[in-house]
Design a binder for this molecule. Structure first.
Ligand SMILES: Nc1ncnc2c1ncn2[C@@H]1O[C@H](COP(=O)(O)OP(=O)(O)OP(=O)(O)O)[C@@H](O)[C@H]1O
Ligand SMILES: [Mg+2]
Length: 167
């Protein structure tokens, strides 16, 4: 069985991520979307919130979601996964991703990285861009899975309230 891991922060999942997840689910028997928890990068949403957004956005039967706080190469060993999936938006993603792929294959000789070119429709999209749009109440239909739009707006509104109170 070909098992692939799609790692990332997913803070939150965007339509760009979902496009990669759908395509990977057709190419592999099982895909595990893994929210990588990084103690130096806390992000806007908690790992549990990010998992919840992912679960509500994903409809494919062969896709699972999980969270892990160590090295992705170790996580792949635990899950018996042979492949890491990465989405490439621009040449700027390429350099760092190729370096990461080399590091990961050094750490886990059974592990290879497969790059999927992003859909041109989503080439400008990142979680950072989505959060910026949400902050200014822009229309989110073209950037976020529809199942989570209202919830993200609500949570960002709450957080804005908290930040404003502090200042
Ligand atoms: N629009 C997109 N199309 C295709 N792949 C994407 C897109 N956005 C991100 N990816 C890929 O998804 C994976 C996870 O990326 P990550 O969690 O850093 O998301 P991000 O959208 O870049 O968020 P951030 O703004 O926080 O960096 C990476 O392999 C990244 O290249
Ligand atoms: Mg990124």
């Amino acid at each position: 069985m070909k098992i692939a891991i799609y790692p990332g922060s997913f803070d939150p999942v965007t339509l760009g991520h979902l496009n990669i997840i759908k395509r990977a689910s057709k190419a592999f028997d099982k895909v595990i979307v893994c929210v990588m928890v990084n103690s130096r990068k806390t992000g806007m949403f908690s790992p549990e919130e990010r998992l919840d957004f992912l679960r509500r956005s994903i409809q494919m039967d062969n896709v699972e979601v999980d969270t892990y706080s160590g090295l992705v190469s170790d996580y792949a060993k635990i899950k018996n996964a042979q492949v890491l999936v990465k989405g490439l938006r621009a040449v700027s993603d390429f350099e760092a991703e190729v370096q990461m792929a080399m590091v990961n294959s050094q750490l886990n000789k059974e592990l290879d990285t497969v790059f999927l070119p992003c859909s041109p429709k989503y080439s400008y999209l990142s979680s950072t861009v989505v959060k910026e749009l949400a902050r200014y109440n822009a229309n989110l239909e073209d950037v976020l899975p529809r199942e989570i739009i209202e919830d993200i707006k609500l949570r960002m509104e709450e957080r804005r309230g908290v930040c404003d109170d502090k200042s």
